[in-house]
Ligand binder design. Structure first.
Ligand SMILES: N[C@@H](CCC(=O)NCCCC(=O)O)C(=O)O
Length: 262
């Protein structure tokens, strides 16, 4: 990777996920999120472990200029919202749920810039009181939005369907058009939209794909994966560049006001 950021580039937090390997818990994060922040947003990623309540949101946010809530194969536990039971083999990550859901609420309260992708998009809706479909492809009228596992990685994250954005949406303003073609790798999706969310884009079958948080500064959610080769996709690049601009603004304010010891 060639990008060399200035020392005062903003710092964007990235939650990790728990993987169980050889009887140990490992905390991991997908590399494409990290490289998208550096190369497209012009920010340093700072990953933090999925250790739930052990890391209070306010303590974490005192050191961050934004948070990127990433995708993950695991699902938000249904007990966090009133929804139909999830499939028995649904991958779960309670440590991630325990840190991201309150962190989203605190970040929005402090107007810390957030970009929420795939699982992060679903966490945003649940954190604000919405609910999820656990298996979209089994819902009448919805297409299958799951990623294919029998194709090469680049094809897995390749173009899957169109999204149409509302003409007055933030997404349309940022990318300069009202539609784009995106990838799709999700079983789950928004059912009841949280009151604080504005639906800004939908897939052709009506699945909610893009949301904005009302009155919250830069606070966007994408059900697709703009981090995948972000610098090679003009629409993804514009989204991450806007995220970086918002984080730089916060960095100026944060550095002018060092955190007060609790
Ligand atoms: N588990 C949820 C969210 C799916 C998701 O985030 N997929 C991407 C996982 C790998 C990556 O980070 O690219 C669902 O199935 O809806």
């Amino acid at each position: 990777m060639q990008t060399k950021l200035p020392a005062d580039a903003p710092i964007i937090g990235v939650p990790m996920c728990v993987k169980h390997l050889d009887n140990h818990n490992f905390h991991t994060v997908g590399e494409k999120y990290l490289t998208a922040l550096i190369e497209a947003a012009g920010a340093y990623p700072l990953s933090f472990p999925a250790l739930g309540e052990a890391i209070p949101p306010a303590a974490l946010l005192a050191h961050l200029d934004g948070v990127l809530f990433t995708g993950s194969p695991s699902n938000v536990a249904v007990h966090h919202y009133s929804g139909a039971p999830d499939r028995l083999d649904s991958p779960q990550d309670p440590g991630r749920d325990a840190i991201t859901l309150p962190l989203i609420r605190e970040a929005l309260a402090q107007k810390v810039p957030v970009l929420c992708i795939c699982r992060g998009f679903q966490e945003l809706n649940v954190a604000l009181g919405g609910s999820l479909h656990t298996r979209i492809h089994e819902q009448p009228g919805f297409n299958d939005h799951r990623g294919r596992t029998d194709v090469p990685f680049d094809e897995m994250y390749g173009p899957a369907h169109e999204i149409v954005f509302a003409p007055d949406s933030t997404f349309a303003r940022l990318i300069g058009k009202t539609s784009t073609i995106v990838n799709s790798l999700h079983w789950q999706g928004i059912d009841r939209v949280a009151d604080r969310l504005v639906v800004e884009g939908r897939a052709p079958d009506g699945v909610v794909e893009a949301v904005r948080v009302k009155d919250a500064g830069f606070a966007l959610g994408a059900q697709w994966h703009p981090e995948f080769r972000a610098t090679e996709n003009p629409d993804s690049l514009k989204l991450f560049q806007a995220f970086g601009v918002a984080a730089r603004e916060r960095a100026k304010l944060r550095r002018a006001r060092p955190p007060v010891a609790a």
